[in-house]
Design a protein around this ligand. Sequence first.
Ligand code: FPP
Length: 236
Amino acid sequence: MKVPKHIAIIMDGNGRWAKAKGLPRTAGHKIGVEKVREIAIYANSIGVKCMTLYAFSTENWNRPEAEVNYLMSLPKIFFESYMKEIMKNNIRIMMIGDMDEIPDNARTVFKNAIEESKDNTGMILNFAVNYGGRREIVTAARKYAEDVKNGKINDIDEEGFKKYLYTSELPEVDLLIRTSYELRISNYLLYQLAYSEMVFTHTLWPDFKPSDLDLCIDEYNSRDRRFGGLNEEKTA
Ligand code: FPP
């Protein structure tokens, strides 16, 4: 079985999971945080190199203030509870998104975790926070254009453009997983998903288990990735 190098996940369904149990939406997010720990430790153990999790989108600010505040308190809860284990497992924390707009306390816990784990050589656990794919592309285009204008660069091409994206240091996304069977990508990694395989599972994120990740990887392995070309049998 081939393990995808980079898996991106849209962790959806926390609210529905809570509602089905007669609990407040925040209860779903709380279990969601525990799932981040479980899935990250497992993914690292099977050799995934990078996992990018959609923790908060640029559109999530439109939720009620109390829910936004709760979501912004999750990084602190997560790192206070699990940073020791993350270090023990050699996992490196990274973050993508517009850091400037997130509250100071959340920004600080991320910065500390990124700094503390920067020499770890296991899986990169990359959080997309205040992330929007369109914003990422526009920001990259603006910086690229400035560098061209200032004479730092004289040609514009795809390889050059990629260096301006938040993900410039990361491998290509091989597999996108979205839980809760919403069939859309919701402004996530718009540029990076160009050739990714996508798996949409009915499981809600708070119910997602290592065995569900295995099923998604099995599905990935059953796909015939051609990147727009032909596979070997078809070239004969
Ligand atoms: C989508 O479910 C989930 C989110 C918007 C938040 C996801 C965040 C986590 C699981 C925790 C992140 C962890 C850290 C450490 C930052 P939803 O609320 O849209 O669910 P619904 O569609 O059922 O309402």
